[in-house]
Design a protein around this ligand. Structure first.
Ligand code: FES
Length: 149
C-alpha cells in the first residue's frame, strides 16, 4: 500500500513538472489547441474536393489537409498529422481561421501570421506552421487543377 502511495506521488510530481514545462514553453493558445484540437480527421470522399500533403524537410513530419470548397470559399476542412504537438495546434488553429473564408483570403495567410495567432512559438518549432500552410495551399491547388481539367 505504501508503495502504491509513493508511486502515485511520483506520478503526480512528474505530471506537475511536465505541466510546468509546457506552460513555460508554450502559449495558452498553443496548449489549448493541442489538448482540444478542432477539425481532426478526414473528409469523406464525396465531400472532399481538394487534398494536400506536405512533409517537412526539417523534421520529416507530415500534415494532410482535406478540404471541401464550394464556389469561392472553404466550406469544410479536416486535417491529420503524424507531427509534433505544435503541428496539431498549428493545423487546428489554421483550420478554424480558414473555415468559411474565401479561397484567396485563406491562401494569403503567412506562417508569421499563424505563429502570431498562436501567441508565438519557441524557436525550435518555428518551422511547424509551414507544414499546415503548405498542405492547405496544395489542397487548394489540387481543387483548382481538378476544376480546370
Ligand atoms: Fe516537426 Fe513540429 S512539425 S517538429
Amino acid at each position: 500500500m505504501g508503495n502504491d502511495n509513493e508511486f502515485d506521488d511520483f506520478v503526480k510530481k512528474l505530471q506537475a513538472e511536465i505541466d510546468k514545462k509546457e506552460q513555460e514553453d508554450y502559449s495558452d493558445i498553443v496548449r489549448e489547441e493541442y489538448h482540444n484540437p478542432s477539425n481532426v480527421g478526414k473528409l469523406s470522399e464525396d465531400l472532399c474536393n481538394g487534398f494536400g500533403r506536405y512533409t517537412s524537410e526539417v523534421c520529416g513530419d507530415s500534415v494532410l489537409m482535406y478540404i471541401h470548397i464550394e464556389e469561392d470559399h472553404i466550406e469544410n476542412i479536416k486535417f491529420r498529422t503524424d507531427g509534433c504537438g505544435v503541428t496539431t495546434a498549428v493545423a487546428s488553429k489554421l483550420s478554424k481561421m480558414v473555415k468559411g473564408k474565401k479561397i484567396k483570403d485563406a491562401m494569403s495567410i503567412t506562417p508569421e501570421e499563424l505563429t502570431d495567432a498562436l501567441g508565438g512559438l519557441p524557436d525550435e518549432h518555428l518551422h511547424c506552421p509551414k507544414l499546415a500552410i503548405t498542405a492547405l495551399d496544395k489542397a487548394i491547388k489540387n481543387f483548382q487543377e481538378s476544376k480546370s481539367e
